[in-house]
Ligand binder design. Structure first.
Ligand code: 5GP
Ligand code: ZN
Length: 111
């Protein structure tokens, strides 16, 4: 899929509205439209990578940075506890092929 067809590229560009939680030069974070926890945030690199394995290979520092952003969000929204999920591949539930970290926090999560 090319960037121009990508939902999250459009959200990052502001062409589709989103509820911003955090942003910096390389990273954008916004509330998931269908939250699975009290706080459910998606963290994306501004640059388009299809999945976490591609991001890890091409820009490992950005992947590490996303973990730090997740911690920052969990510190603000809860007492620092969070779950970080990267669905990778259709059969794992990935529906948007622009890498995104799901941050679940804001409440005690089921095991
Ligand atoms: P995936 O299933 O690919 O791991 O996660 C995609 C996530 O994007 C889902 O949790 C879904 O609720 C969320 N999502 C899909 N479309 C939109 C949208 O237009 N805006 C926002 N904020 N989230 C979206
Ligand atoms: Zn994209």
């Amino acid at each position: 899929m090319s960037d121009k067809d990508c939902l999250f590229c459009k959200i990052i560009a502001g062409e589709i509205p989103s509820e911003k939680v955090y942003e910096d030069d390389a990273t954008y974070a916004f509330k998931d439209i269908n939250p699975k926890a009290k706080v459910h945030v998606l963290i994306v690199p501004r640059k388009h990578y299809a999945n976490v394995a591609e991001l890890a290979k091409e820009d490992p520092a950005q992947l590490a940075h996303m973990a730090e952003v997740a911690q920052k969000i969990a510190d603000q929204e809860f007492h620092g506890a969070f779950r970080l999920i990267f669905n990778t591949g259709i059969d794992a539930g990935q529906t948007v092929f622009h890498v995104h970290a799901h941050v679940l926090t804001g409440e005690k999560l089921d095991e």
